[in-house]
Design a protein around this ligand. Structure first.
Ligand code: AMP
Ligand code: MN
Ligand code: MN
Ligand code: MN
Length: 280
């Protein structure tokens, strides 16, 4: 029987709500055979996840989800199978977390001007001293009754044109790929259908990604419709990219995205996990 692969997930090391050990236990219980922990801009959860995976008898792929600025917008690139101790990767991620620290204060200041005081402190407290994500702001604003759910916070406060929006200044695509390569990992464009790029712009991104040494596209994602998966499978084939699959699980509070319940890759895809050595 083929292994159940879930190559995209989050823990409390970034904006997930389960600790790395809790996440791994939940994945094992859900029948996942190979899990990648891919926290945003940090590898801080990987050691705990690896210990838990050894205890649970599942395979842990050490990963990271790197925030990238491309074409004026934000794109996420997964590094899978990375060496978390690599100094080039570590330095690159540290720079992104420094920007996150500045951005969190700036988001707080902008929300305060919009009549919502204390959001920086609130988000910081929810992050437990780890990196601050917009998700922490969203959770705080929901708890304070400013919106019905996290989605509504993003829509009303945190995206472009809204009072708490601060434009990203993340890694250039080529730099993110160089960090992943230095750390011995495989680069995967995460949830490509989420960026709402036109077909032309998406293909420009895929061309630049391939040109810079990128290897795979997340064809199956918790945030993709079946049509998205089929379209991304065609793009992967056109650009000679391997196909990956990941839930992008952030915690049981979002029950519409479960661990280990991903559909099969569409026909004709070359699964990343059947080509690890060739890709690395
Ligand atoms: P950040 O990297 O801090 O800018 O935060 C991005 C994270 O916010 C993503 O990884 C998602 O977990 C979450 N997110 C982004 N857009 C939305 C949305 N519309 N609704 C809920 N969560 C979102
Ligand atoms: Mn997230
Ligand atoms: Mn993402
Ligand atoms: Mn993610």
């Amino acid at each position: 029987m083929p292994m159940n692969h879930d190559l995209h997930s989050h823990s409390t090391a970034s904006d997930g709500t389960l600790s790395p050990a809790e996440l791994v236990a939940r994945a094992a219980a859900a029948g996942v055979g190979v899990l990648a922990l891919t926290d945003h801009d940090t590898t801080a959860g990987l050691a705990e996840a690896a210990r838990a995976a050894a205890a649970q008898g599942i395979e842990l792929v050490p990963g990271v989800e790197i925030s990238v600025t491309w074409g004026g917008g934000t794109v996420h690139v997964l590094g899978l199978g990375v060496d978390a101790d690599d100094p080039i990767l570590a330095a690159g991620l540290a720079g992104l977390r420094e920007f996150r620290g500045w951005r969190a204060r700036e988001i707080g200041a902008r929300l305060a001007r919009a009549g919502i005081p204390g959001a920086y402190e609130g988000a910081l407290a929810l992050s437990n001293g780890r990196l601050v994500s917009r998700t922490h702001f969203a959770r705080f604003l929901v708890a304070q009754g400013h919106a019905r759910d996290e989605r509504a916070v993003f829509r009303s406060y945190l995206v472009s044109g809204k009072p708490g929006h601060v434009p990203g200044r993340w890694a250039p695509l080529e730099e993110a790929l160089a960090w992943i390569a230095a750390a011995g990992g495989i680069a995967v464009i995460a949830h490509p259908a989420r960026y709402r790029l036109t077909r032309t712009r998406l293909r420009r991104l895929l061309g630049a990604f391939k040109e810079a040494g990128g290897q795979a596209l997340e064809v199956v994602s918790g945030s993709h419709s079946r049509d998205d998966c089929l379209a991304m499978a065609r793009h992967a084939r056109d650009f000679g990219l391997l196909a990956s699959a990941g839930s992008d699980f952030h915690g049981p509070e979002h029950p519409w995205i479960a661990l280990g319940r991903l559909p099969e890759l569409p026909e004709g895809c070359r699964p990343l996990w059947e080509h690890w050595p060739e890709a690395a």
